[in-house]
Design a protein around this ligand. Structure first.
Ligand code: SF4
Ligand code: SF4
Length: 255
């Protein structure tokens, strides 16, 4: 299937950001004094070293490659940590004429938009910020059968995904340096660690020098009483919080 697109330079994708960055990009972003949050989600993860490995599914292999192992109580989990540039309103690099003031050094995620950065997900125009006139069969080819049409976009997307894998050990060290051990359950939301840019830079430096493993014992944060109760029954540490700065919810608060 073909998808055709041409950017209208409307600037919508440069507002109300949630840009997933590599460690290197996060360092550059925070180095310019801009906010980078840590967002975590986790999956219960049975022992996958068994001969009958249940994780031969490509989606699960991707999850495994981009996460590190921990324990929640006695339950094995894997945690995916994203470094995310989050800004309400315009990006700090956006210029009044809607051009990027950081064009040469903009993150890969900006270079590939509106392509889908996650593997196994289709580009859905309705879920993109681009206006209707940016899509049309008479415009240039963006994607064919789920693959970027442009060689350069393909290379940037591949580099972005590879960084999500290569950065895992450093991210594990980063949460160790910060002492951050909270996660949401995947599908329910994202736990948030807000940290001032200079502190993030210091913690990244410590993590790089030490190559620590992630702390082993984690707590689930949730805004749903039913989830909290289930986890309590399993003797898993849990913290019930309202949706807000510490928890980006997928569901309304349930108390
Ligand atoms: S870095 Fe540039 S392209 Fe990326 S969101 Fe900011 S202004 Fe837009
Ligand atoms: S939202 Fe889409 S059309 Fe508008 S500037 Fe961004 S990529 Fe271009």
């Amino acid at each position: 299937m073909d998808l055709h697109f041409d950017c209208t330079q409307c600037g919508r994708c440069c507002h109300d950001l949630r840009l997933t960055l590599s460690v290197e990009e996060a360092r550059a972003w925070a180095g310019r004094g801009h906010q980078v949050d840590l967002l975590t989600e986790g999956w219960p993860w049975p022992d996958d070293d068994e001969p009958e490995n249940p994780f031969d599914d490509a989606v699960l292999q991707w999850r495994k490659a981009t996460s590190f192992p921990v324990l929640v109580g006695d339950v094995p989990f894997r945690i995916n940590l994203r470094l995310v540039a989050r800004h309400d309103g315009p990006c700090p690099h956006l210029m009044p004429d809607m051009r990027c003031g950081n064009y040469a050094a903009r993150p890969r995620i900006c270079r590939i938009y509106p392509l889908e950065s996650r593997p196994f997900e289709q580009v859905l125009p309705a879920r993109r910020k681009c206006p209707p006139e940016a899509w049309g069969d008479d415009l240039q080819l963006l994607e064919r059968n789920g693959q970027p049409a442009a060689v350069e976009a393909k290379a940037v997307l591949a580099a972005h995904r590879q960084a999500m894998i290569d950065d895992v050990p450093l991210k594990a060290g980063l949460v160790s340096a910060l002492g951050f051990t909270e996660t949401a359950l995947a599908g329910e939301g994202l736990a948030v660690c807000k940290i001032a840019p200079p502190d993030l830079l210091t913690a990244l430096e410590e993590a790089e020098c030490s190559l620590w493993d992630a702390p082993q014992h984690w707590t689930i944060v949730t805004n749903r009483q039913s989830t909290a109760q289930t986890l309590c029954d399993l003797d898993c540490p849990v913290r019930l919080v309202p949706a807000g700065p510490a928890f980006l919810q997928a569901f309304a608060d349930e108390t």
